[in-house]
Design a binder for this molecule. Structure first.
Ligand code: FE2
Ligand code: FE2
Length: 376
C-alpha cells in the first residue's frame, strides 16, 4: 500500500513555500508522492478575480518540473465548475483504491471543517495532514465529530501570501521559482494591461483597424440579437490578438499554454492564432474561460454548437466594413436577417476560396454547415 499526498490550492501564483510544504509533507509522512492540483473554480472565491485555471495549472507544472515526488494534476481544472475536496478525494480513491490518501490542508481551514461540503466523506477517505495555524481544540473536536484521522505538520511555511505577490513584483521574483517568474513576466500576468496598448504592440495598423471594424460590427449585431454589446466589442477587438505572431513562435506558445491545437491546425499557419489568442487574453487581461475565449477560439474554424456570440464574431470577422470580396454584401445583409444563414455563407465562401488556392479545408467547416442547414 502506497501513501499518497494530495495538495490542492488556488496557486495564484504558486510560490516557493507551497513547494517547500509539499516536500516537507512527503518526507515527514513518508509519502510515495504528492499530487498537486490547482483548484478549478474555488466556491469560496466566487467573487474574487482569479487567474484562469489552465494558466494556474501551467505555472504549477513549471514550478515542480524536475522536483522529485511532486506531480501536477489537472483533474479539477478540467471540471470547469465548482470544485469540492470531497469529490476530488472520491476521484482519487477510485484511481488508487488500495492506497492511503493524505489530504494536506491549512489549520485555519480545518477550524471550519464542519462547514465544508460533505466533511464526513472527506474524513472517511483520507488522513488529514494539517499545516500552519489553527486552534488545537477544534482539531480534537473535528476528529471526534467526524472520526477524522488528523496529523499535524509542524512548522510555519507561509510567511508570504499569493495576494501580496500579485501586487509586488520584487516579492514575486523573490518568492516564486525562476520558471514561474519568467512565465508571469513574459505573459504579463498580474499587471493592468490596457487592451488597445497591447494590441498596438502586437498588431500592425492594418490588423488593428480590422479588429476595430470587427468590434464595431459585432456591437451592432449584438444589439440586433439582444446580447451584451460590451462583451461583443471586447471579443471583436481581441479576436486576432495572436494573428501576427510568427508561426514557429506561436506553436511554442501554444505548447506552453496548452492551447490544444488539432493536427490540422498544427500544420496550417493561419489556423494557429484563434486558440493561441484565447489563451493570451487569459494571461494579459485576466479573462477566464467563457464566452469571450470561446468566440476568439472559434472565430476561424468554428466549433459545434456555436453560441450567438461565437457566430457574431465569426460573421463580423468575415464581413466587417473593410472586407471587399465577391459575395461580401450578401453576407452583410444576411448577418442582420439570420445569423445562422450568414455563418453558412461565410463557410461556403471560405471553402470556395481555400479550394481555389489549393488549400485544405478544415473538416469542421462541413460539420458546422451541416449542423446549421438542419435548422432550415
Ligand atoms: Fe483571425
Ligand atoms: Fe480577423
Amino acid at each position: 500500500m502506497r501513501k499518497i499526498g494530495i495538495f490542492g490550492g488556488t496557486f495564484d501564483p504558486l510560490h516557493i513555500a507551497h513547494i517547500k510544504l509539499a516536500k516537507y509533507a512527503k518526507d515527514k509522512l513518508g509519502l510515495d508522492f504528492v499530487i498537486m492540483l490547482a483548484c478549478g473554480n474555488p466556491p469560496h472565491k466566487r467573487n474574487r478575480k482569479i487567474t484562469d485555471a489552465s494558466i494556474r495549472h501551467t505555472m504549477l507544472k513549471k514550478a515542480i518540473e524536475g522536483v522529485d515526488g511532486l506531480i501536477a494534476c489537472d483533474y479539477e481544472i478540467k471540471l470547469r465548475e465548482f470544485s469540492y475536496t470531497a469529490t476530488t478525494l472520491e476521484f482519487f480513491k477510485k484511481i488508487y483504491p488500495d492506497d492511503k490518501l493524505y489530504f494536506i490542508m491549512g489549520g485555519d481551514s480545518l477550524d471550519y471543517f464542519d462547514k465544508w461540503y460533505k466533511p464526513d466523506v472527506i474524513a472517511s477517505l483520507c488522513t488529514i495532514a494539517v499545516y500552519g495555524r489553527g486552534e488545537k481544540h477544534r482539531f480534537d473536536e473535528i476528529s471526534r465529530q467526524f472520526g477524522a484521522d488528523i496529523v499535524k505538520l509542524d512548522g510555519e511555511f507561509f510567511d508570504i501570501s499569493s495576494t501580496k505577490l500579485r501586487t509586488d513584483s520584487m516579492l514575486l521574483k523573490k518568492h516564486t521559482p525562476p520558471a514561474v517568474f519568467d512565465f508571469i513576466s513574459r505573459y504579463r500576468l498580474y499587471t493592468e494591461n490596457d487592451e488597445e496598448q497591447v494590441l498596438s504592440e502586437l498588431l500592425s495598423e492594418k490588423r488593428l483597424l480590422h479588429s476595430k471594424n470587427v468590434a464595431d460590427m459585432a456591437k451592432r449585431l449584438a444589439v440586433r440579437y439582444g446580447i451584451s454589446a460590451e462583451t461583443a466589442v471586447r471579443a471583436g477587438l481581441l479576436h486576432d490578438i495572436a494573428k501576427e505572431i510568427p508561426y514557429e513562435k506561436a506553436l511554442k506558445m501554444c505548447d506552453e499554454l496548452a492551447a490544444d491545437l488539432d493536427p490540422i491546425e498544427q500544420i496550417t499557419p493561419p489556423l494557429v492564432h484563434p486558440k493561441l489568442g484565447a489563451e493570451l487574453v487569459k494571461c494579459y487581461f485576466g479573462i477566464c474561460e467563457g464566452e469571450i475565449t470561446s468566440a476568439i477560439r472559434s472565430h476561424t474554424v468554428g466549433k459545434p454548437d456555436m453560441s450567438l456570440l461565437d457566430k457574431i464574431i465569426f460573421v463580423a470577422d468575415m464581413c466587417e466594413e473593410g472586407r471587399s470580396f465577391d459575395g461580401v454584401e450578401n453576407i452583410r445583409s444576411a448577418a442582420y436577417e439570420n445569423i445562422d444563414r450568414a455563418v453558412i455563407l461565410c463557410i461556403e465562401s471560405t471553402i470556395a476560396f481555400t479550394i481555389a488556392k489549393g488549400g485544405f479545408v478544415h473538416p469542421m467547416a462541413y460539420r458546422i454547415k451541416k449542423e446549421l442547414l438542419a435548422k432550415f
